[in-house]
Ligand binder design. Structure first.
Ligand code: AMP
Ligand code: MG
Length: 475
């Protein structure tokens, strides 16, 4: 553990230090027996000025957690509470992670480097503070795929295998361990506010609001604390609605929409048992421990609203109920607009911008997808560019579905729309018969050779294919 604080220029002091005293505890990272670099996100390393690090230096920082120069002198485990499956839990907090550093991207956006699997903390309860290698691999895949699909998401930044063996009841055990570093536009969770409310700590919550507004929502600034709090809430409601609209268009099921797994910038965050839908199914549930299907695909928009209501309730410490309720109103429209806009985006279509025609289009499309059992990513791929892809769709592995009479209304609606940047169809990605997809069978299939023979070739190929999609979609 580092005890001395490196010299820090006031301008580069990590902003979180302003509130760390009330929201975090300094902790020591685990001392891992080994450190094998499995993934470095070179694109985001370049974006944040860390691209030049040698692999050796990378491991020193992102597995041994030597502080970045002038950054946090010691890792900080964050304190938070949250509702888990509807039940309030005041025993949460970073039990296997911490804030390691705060950095900025080229545009000046503040980004947290947070960890998962970096060792025990005061919040570990019975847990070992560790992350399985499979869990780390799954997070890299999901974050990269979501990013390629234009979904607002935290990024997987680094994965190092640590040489430890773990015991888990949801993986064949013993199983290999890893430590992940993720890049996130804040690690402030809805549950960070809930903890202040539970403790009736008005002063800490006011400082948290100050921090969130100053660093993430300067437009919400107001001399009046109650108004500022409502402005902040409204901003969070809008970005959360947008995020969930993007999930629904991407066929993404988060799996564990607990209030500690929502951050204030509307980034997809804290991946667990996530799934991508193979076919449209509103009842699809990702987590085996979600017996009631509380977080099933079709409930995600409602559940996002519920989480926001919990956030708003916690803010009663600083603002009036009516004003907070008003701040939540834009959530629904933000969700609906985003769902429509992102469906068009992923179909390579210009939105009409007219809800009178967009809403029936979505209904026609998604009803057909649910009833026909069409493959979700294949459908979006085949019809990318709408009228510009008639010939491509006719050559699809599921072209028989498009020839069926039931598809006629969808076809008519697609033909009624204009392609957006159809020149993207010239990309070699669109010349293949099928898109990149990430259904659970594929994840298991690429994990098996890693588990059995330390063979990463399928994983590498999947990452390359996702990158090809990201460039082709150019969102
Ligand atoms: P999550 O399901 O990742 O959102 O975690 C829920 C809570 O359990 C958080 O407080 C985590 O830090 C904690 N947690 C999950 N797994 C572990 C573990 N293996 N060791 C310690 N804490 C854990
Ligand atoms: Mg969590």
């Amino acid at each position: 553990m580092q005890n001395s604080s490196p010299e820090q220029a006031p301008s580069s002091r990590p902003p979180f230090l302003r509130i760390a005293e009330s929201f975090a505890d300094a902790v020591a990272p685990a001392d891992f027996p080994a450190a094998l670099l499995r993934w470095r996100n070179q694109r985001w390393a370049n974006e944040t000025g860390l691209g030049e690090l040698s692999d050796e230096a990378w491991i020193a920082h992102f597995a041994r957690f030597a502080p970045l120069p002038g950054n946090l002198p010691q890792p900080l485990a964050m304190r938070y509470h949250g509702h888990q499956f509807g039940t309030y839990n005041p025993q949460l907090g970073d039990g296997r992670g911490f804030l390691f550093a705060q950095i900025r991207d080229r545009s000046g956006r503040l980004l947290d480097l947070g960890t998962k699997g970096s060792g025990q903390t005061p919040w570990s309860r019975q847990g070992d503070g560790r992350l399985t290698l499979k869990g780390g691999v799954r997070e890299i895949l999901a974050a990269n795929y979501l990013e390629a699909l234009g979904v607002n998401t935290s990024k997987a930044f680094s994965l190092v295998e640590t040489g430890e063996q773990l015991s888990r009841n949801d993986e064949p055990s013993p199983t290999r361990a890893s430590v992940l570093v993720r890049l996130s536009h804040s690690h402030v969770r809805f549950g960070t506010f809930q903890r202040c409310a539970w403790m009736e700590d008005r002063e800490s919550m006011a400082r948290l609001v100050e921090y969130c507004v100053a660093e993430f929502y300067p437009g919400a600034e107001d001399a009046d604390m109650a108004r500022k709090t409502c402005n902040l809430l409204e901003n969070i409601a809008v970005v959360t609605g947008r995020m969930i609209g993007q999930w629904m268009a991407a066929g993404f099921v988060h799996g564990v929409m607990n209030t500690d797994n929502f951050n204030i910038t509307g980034e997809t965050f804290d991946f667990g048992p996530w799934r991508f839908l193979p076919v449209s199914d509103p009842n699809f549930t990702a987590a085996y421990f979600d017996a009631q299907g509380l977080y099933r695909f079709g409930r995600q928009p409602v559940q996002g609203g519920w989480a926001l209501q919990q956030l708003a309730s916690s803010m009663l410490l600083l603002a009036e109920a009516d004003d907070l309720a008003r701040a939540l109103v834009p959530y629904e429209a933000a969700y609906r607009e985003s769902f429509s806009a992102h469906t068009h985006t992923l179909l390579g279509l210009k939105p009409s911008g007219d809800t009178a025609t967009d809403i029936p289009f979505l209904q026609t499309l998604y009803s057909w997808m649910t009833e026909s059992g069409a493959n979700w990513p294949q459908t979006f791929f085949d019809w990318f560019g709408g009228p510009a892809s008639v010939a491509r769709a006719a050559a699809s592995p599921q072209s028989d579905l498009y020839a069926d009479a039931a598809f006629a209304p969808v076809r008519a609606a697609l033909m009624d729309r204009d392609p957006e940047r159809p020149e993207r169809l010239a990309n070699s990605y669109f010349l293949e018969p099928a898109p990149v997809s990430l259904v659970v069978e594929e994840v298991e299939a690429l994990w098996s050779p890693i588990a059995e023979a330390d063979d990463w070739s399928l994983f590498d190929a999947k990452i390359r294919h996702i990158e090809q999609a990201r460039r082709a979609l150019a969102l």
